[in-house]
Design a protein around this ligand. Structure first.
Ligand code: NAI
Length: 344
């Protein structure tokens, strides 16, 4: 039996992992705590750890895990900006789930846009109180409006199709444009200038951190709507807040937030939030925040557990897997997987 310490476990994670674990000879021990230097010792005696987006896996955490002979970090998410993969290299193998349901995330992005544009969140509360007034609920037709999509990978592509279904004009920016995609690619500045709405679907890297900032907001149309279902660090929260206060940004829909780590996925009702920027954003009538739930469909949860348990098996059987990642992966020349080898 392979023994895995499962961090940041939530009730909705457990059934699918128990099912696939049983089928594949993997025993999970579910811990509610995040993986961090204080909790890494819980993994002692296990073969590997399973972690999620807000488990911040620093060099310190990696060194502790390595000292316990942990062989594997199985991320049950696509993004891996929360792992110091350079420090892990040569010590602990890191796997991820590159895709589990691009539909789940893209559909949530559109749900946020529709809710915000048509003020459904306001109307819902009003009618519950028998307030049937329509004042301040006016939206715009999405038809013929321009959607700027940043990142045209798996999720971006699904989102583009959804937007086309609404009759929107779609323009896109990607660092590595897909030549087979029937879309008008533009430079980032042009996207900022031309878009009525902007939706982020790229990973967070050192290069694009805070790509939505004071300067880029200056380029945008007055009344622009911004949707972020990717990673919080793509947006400078204070600059976003300023743009909203200055009435430059029409609305913002955030499924992710840069400092979400200790907050999202937790019930903090009754607590005082220390983060002034987040508090101010939440208080704005034209900001909708969901707590990193874009992935949360039955299909995605099942796919996540399926691929994660398969990744764990692959590693322990010594098989090469496309889902292993290391800091060489971004550079095709150095990527050993391209030569059908393990990362190290
Ligand atoms: P993907 O890897 O299929 O596509 C990412 C695209 O971004 C690629 O086309 C890539 O060329 C492009 N890209 C890379 N660097 C860029 C840059 N600096 N500027 C512009 N484009 C760049 O990834 P996928 O599956 O579409 O996921 C996108 C992001 O969505 C993930 O990185 C993750 O952060 C986020 N995500 C959020 C979830 C949620 O629940 N809110 C769930 C799953 C993913």
């Amino acid at each position: 039996m392979i023994k895995i310490a499962f961090y940041d476990a939530k009730p909705y994670d457990i059934p699918a992992f128990e099912k696939y674990g049983k089928e594949r000879g993997i025993e999970f021990k579910f811990f509610e705590s995040h993986l961090n230097p204080d909790t890494a010792h819980l993994a002692k005696g296990y073969d590997g750890v399973c972690a999620f987006v807000n488990d911040i896996i620093t060099k310190e955490v990696i060194d502790i895990l390595y000292s316990y002979n942990i062989k594997l970090i199985a991320l049950r998410c696509a993004g891996f900006n929360n792992v110091d993969i350079k420090s892990a290299f040569g010590k602990i193998h890191v796997y991820r789930v590159p895709a589990y349901s691009p539909y789940a995330v893209a559909e949530h992005a559109m749900a946020l846009l529709l809710t915000s544009n048509r003020r459904i969140h306001k109307a819902y509360i009003r009618t519950r109180d028998y307030n049937f007034s329509l004042n301040e609920l006016t939206g715009v037709d999405l038809y013929n409006k321009t959607m700027g999509v940043i990142g045209t990978g798996k999720i971006g592509k699904v989102f583009i199709n959804i937007c086309k279904g609404f009759g929107m004009n779609v323009i896109a920016y990607d660092k590595y444009p897909d030549k087979n995609l029937d879309i008008e690619y533009v430079e980032l500045d042009e996207l900022f200038k031309r878009s009525d709405f902007i939706s982020l679907h790229c990973p967070l890297t050192d290069e694009n951190k805070h790509m939505i900032n004071q300067e880029s907001i200056k380029l945008m149309k007055k009344g622009v709507g911004i949707i972020n279902t990717s990673r919080g660090g793509l947006i400078n929260g204070e600059d976003l807040l300023r743009g909203i206060k200055e009435r430059k940004i029409g609305f913002a829909c955030l499924d992710v937030y840069e400092e979400e780590g200790d907050l999202f996925y937790e019930d903090k009702s009754g607590h005082i939030l220390d983060d002034d920027t987040l508090r101010s954003l939440i208080s704005m009538p034209n900001v909708i925040i969901t707590s990193h739930q874009a992935f949360l469909t039955k299909e995605a949860l099942s796919n996540i557990a399926d691929t994660t348990t398969q990744n764990i098996l692959n590693y322990f059987k010594g098989e090469v897997s496309d889902n292993e990642i290391c800091y060489h992966c971004a550079n095709i020349e150095n990527c050993k997987k391209k030569r059908n080898l393990k990362c190290f």
